[in-house]
Design a protein around this ligand. Sequence first.
Ligand SMILES: Cc1cc2nc3c(=O)[nH]c(=O)nc-3n(C[C@H](O)[C@H](O)[C@H](O)COP(=O)(O)O)c2cc1C
Length: 381
Amino acid sequence: MSQVPNPVYGPNRFKLGLFNANCDGGFAISKAPERWPAKWDDIVKISQWADDAGVDFILPVAKWRGLGGEADNLGRSYETMTHSAAIGALTKRIGMFVTVHTPVLTPAYVAKCLATIDAATHGRVGLNIVCGWNQNEFDVHGIEINGEHRYDHGLEWFKVLKKMLEGGAPFNWDGEYFKLKNVVTDPLPLQSKIPVMSAGFSFKGRDFAGQAADLLFTSVSTIERAPSIVQSVHDYARKYDREIQVFTSSHIVCRPTRQEAEDFYYYFAETMADRTCLDQMTAMKKKTAGSDTPESERADFNPEVHTRYRGKIHPGSFPGSYTFVGTPDDIVEEMVLLEKAGLRGAAITFLDYIADMPFFLDEVLPRMERAGLREKVKAEV
Ligand SMILES: Cc1cc2nc3c(=O)[nH]c(=O)nc-3n(C[C@H](O)[C@H](O)[C@H](O)COP(=O)(O)O)c2cc1C
């Protein structure tokens, strides 16, 4: 099989990525027993559904510990590079991101992994760079995250990787964070330009993305806030003569009627919200966030002050994620508004992917096509 086009660079105007399915919990801060258990065979099944339906990419989350609280969501997780190599071999066309914590893995190691997964998937790998999030996850590796410098370290890490992926003769690197000798990698990935994404909200995160990423996933929790956040990210990229696409992470609660969707959302995100987890998470994030971004700006620190398009945000939505709740028509209406506000897509999560995805794929995707957000999927590749 020859190289296939990576859908991350494809024509869909509002792209979709299956997000966080390698971890348990359904990306909710919820104790609801229906939450996703992340069993391997189910992960394979939903990945193949997404592939067949023309979803653009899969984005696994890199986690080393759970979020704590009563449910310890994300406590069970499959490692992202081995995940994407394996799922990539079982799918045909979907883009396969890997998520890398720059404080944990060296650029040389990651260059090899990217080349391996790109070969195995015939050119579908993408790289999600995370420069540091929850300190207690890095304690597992004995690594201290410096909130003020994590993105500086990550940028130098990225520059080394980029130079390696250009190929050529071995080089030495004498930087602030890396002192390296005879750096070289072979083989190179099949793709001449691997899609690079980063996921951050802080101003330093935007500045990092402006220099390194093709896509920035950030916290756009309301439509009203979207244009100014998108503009700010574009401004950072223009400083470096670059273009960047902005995405949001999201929850999908889609039901045949609005009332059913609202009731289910209330159940898992209000009645069953894991409030202990939410408090612990916010406190921990404040330790590594750095001082550049005012707390009042951060949707992830103030989840409940933001409203949904129709209704209230409940504490069991992941802080900062956009929460779609409603019928297929409702959801597409909001996606159209987000696209108009400048967003190029969403990473989507479901409380229970097996239970919730078939209705979403059958009902929402065709409506997105009719709304001009997505192209019709070709049956064969
Ligand atoms: C779509 C998305 C994916 C993310 N994936 C990961 C991940 O896999 N591992 C991780 O530790 N953090 C992940 N994060 C957290 C971010 O890297 C980042 O720390 C967070 O959004 C806060 O932004 P800031 O670091 O700029 O303050 C993700 C965030 C988003 C929005």
